[in-house]
Every structure is written in C-alpha cells, then in structure tokens.
Design a protein around this ligand. Structure first.
Ligand SMILES: [Ca+2]
Ligand SMILES: [Ca+2]
Length: 96
C-alpha cells in the first residue's frame, strides 16, 4: 500500500477539522446571540404569554419597537421570539 493516499486523507481530515471548527465558532456566536435575545425577550414579556405587545417591546427591546411593524410579519400586533429573531437575521443579512 503506498503511503501517499493515507497522507492525503490525513490532510483532508485536518482541513475538515479546521473548517468545521470555524463553522462551529460561528454557530457558537449565533447561539450566544440568540440566547441573549431569548433572555431579553423573556424579561420583556411581562405577562408571560410568549408574545411581546407594543408596550412590552418598547420597554424591553426599544430598538425592535422602532421597527415593530416590520418585525411583525403576520401583522397580529404582537411579536413572537421567532419574528424578532427572524427580523434581526434579515436586517443583519441586508446590512452586509
Ligand atoms: Ca407578553
Ligand atoms: Ca406577530
């Protein structure tokens, strides 16, 4: 058996480990940001119904409150965590 393919396989494995490591770091940052947002959302949700109405949003997430209608994608007058997270992700993607 020649050594070369093994070497190449090892190199590929190292490359794979490096790239997935970088992807994980980005995932970790995203997860940390989402956890922070979740904590803010829960803190802002004064009546604990799982939604933020305008007043709750204004108190807890003033920057989102300014964009309330844009974030409220189903236009029911209240924001779910998914709506806020989705809005932030879209805003971030648009800024790039
Ligand atoms: Ca609420
Ligand atoms: Ca909504």
């Amino acid at each position: 058996m020649p050594q070369y393919p093994t070497c190449r396989k090892l190199l590929l494995l190292i490359l794979l480990a490096l790239t997935t490591g970088a992807a994980h770091a980005a995932d970790d940052r995203r997860t940390a940001a989402l956890q922070k947002l979740r904590a803010k959302f829960d803190a802002a949700d004064a009546n604990r119904d799982g939604y933020l109405d305008r007043a709750e949003t204004a108190r807890g997430l003033p920057r989102i409150a300014a964009q309330f209608d844009a974030a409220d994608t189903d236009h029911d007058g209240r924001l779910t965590f998914a709506e806020i997270a989705g809005y932030i992700a879209a805003a971030r993607a648009g800024r790039k």
